[in-house]
Design a protein around this ligand. Sequence first.
Ligand SMILES: N[C@@H](CCC(=O)N[C@@H](CS)C(=O)NCC(=O)O)C(=O)O
Length: 202
Amino acid sequence: MDIRFYHAPDANCCERLLWILDYKSVVYERIDVGLGDVGPLVRLHSPFARVPLMEVNGIPLSESMAMAEFIEEIAPNPPLQYTDAFARAQVREICEAINSSIHPQQNGSTVKYFHPDWSREQMRPLRANWLFINLEKLQSRLWQQSQFVVGDQFTMADIFVSIIYRKALDLGRVATELPLYEQHWQFLMSHAAIRDACPIAT
Ligand SMILES: N[C@@H](CCC(=O)N[C@@H](CS)C(=O)NCC(=O)O)C(=O)O
């Protein structure tokens, strides 16, 4: 299978996928594009001209959640999902909370739509605050059985959660404001196989 992955720096949706691809040692070609200017191919095949975009045997696939589930199906080992149907739904619940309920409102192009005169620098406090208040709300649903986000294994939910947490820090929040997320991040980084595949490992 021929996989090309269009990636932009600082794009947390891309970081989710890089982590998944590398954790599973999937072979792919990475193509770097700009976050502000994604280039003609991404503009043509991604309905909202956003990254990530994947091409599988030349056929485009957008949306990071769809890509994450596709990769899980073609490369099930090491797993980033459970076999039990309800546990799988719980993993998706958290991924979708990040992907659908938290991430879109702070996206650069969304904020630009409502504040066309703002520079990227001016957007940072609003974006950071949105992430902070929603991560605070989400945390009651996390780490209920172990230090992993759902159940007792590393799953794609750990990846979605920790990547968006690190975005909140990039935008100006500090680790002491979200101590449970920081603890989770440090826990993940203490596992070599997890850390080595992480595109933003510290
Ligand atoms: N729901 C989409 C979101 C994609 C998305 O928002 N990508 C961001 C980077 S994380 C982007 O391309 N932002 C540039 C823009 O909004 O124009 C997915 O999960 O792939």
